[in-house]
Design a protein around this ligand. Structure first.
Ligand code: C5P
Length: 219
């Protein structure tokens, strides 16, 4: 069983996907975290964000993995927990550039398909319904106004101890959406058979209810 949840930055994909996966007892895969980990690897090793071969080499050398511990998903690179590091503004600012590189996408998409082959999954990202899992039984495209998304990210950053102004976050989100939707390979796009859910005015539990209904009707 494959459930694909795509959409722009901070539309609530990971929050919703995590809850749905827990309710259905499926594996949750945060593909954005994998591109963030690749960006982190480049930064740590002082490799230019445009150096596709250099970053692909790092991904092969230091494999990216997930581990669930007390209900929280951790992102690991060669066993090192980088879950918090990959949420820092320096990574958010540069991840779209790294995610546009063909050899980086090839490696990570291969790994994502492998996870979906071995498990029932709820996978969130930008290209899951269009490219990674085109045959997913359920495809959701989550959207929300940029103001609402910036506000949510602002609150999330605060709990993480990251101080960024609301307007900076709004600019960063808009810039990232633009880059993600205009890149050549697998741009952010609603799959033709995806169902759009606008979360701007909805509470988390209302979005979950709506998606569970969609899953129920489709399966
Ligand atoms: O989901 P999140 O905002 O953490 O994703 C970070 C970045 O990773 C996105 O802005 C995008 O550039 C990239 N990404 C992608 N394809 C995916 C998931 C994320 O290109 N499937």
């Amino acid at each position: 069983m494959q459930i694909a949840i795509d959409g722009p930055a901070s539309a609530g994909k990971s929050t919703i996907a995590k809850i749905i996966a827990a309710k259905l007892n499926y594996v949750y895969t945060d593909t954005g975290a994998m591109y963030r980990a690749a960006t982190w690897l480049a930064r740590q090793n002082k490799i230019d964000y445009s150096d596709a071969d250099g970053i692909a080499k790092l991904i092969k050398q230091f494999p990216i993995s997930f581990r669930v511990e007390s209900d929280k998903q951790h992102v690991l690179v060669a066993g090192h927990d980088i879950s918090e590091d990959i949420r820092q503004p320096q990574i958010s600012k540069n991840v779209s550039q790294v995610a546009a590189l063909a050899s980086v996408r090839d490696l990570l998409v291969q790994q994502q398909r492998q996870i979906a082959q071995e498990n029932d999954v709820v996978m969130d990202g930008r290209d899951i319904g269009t490219t990674v899992l085109p045959d997913a039984q359920v495809k959701i495209f989550l959207v929300a106004s940029v103001q609402e998304r910036a506000h949510r990210r602002y609150l999330e950053n605060k709990t993480r101890g990251i101080e960024t102004s609301l307007s900076t976050i709004e600019d960063e989100i808009a810039a990232r959406d633009y880059k993600d939707s205009h890149r050549q390979i697998s741009p952010l796009k609603k799959a033709s058979d995806a169902i759009e859910v606008d979360t701007t005015k909805l509470e988390i539990n209302q979005v979950v209810e709506e998606i569970l209904k969609i899953i129920h009707n489709k399966t």
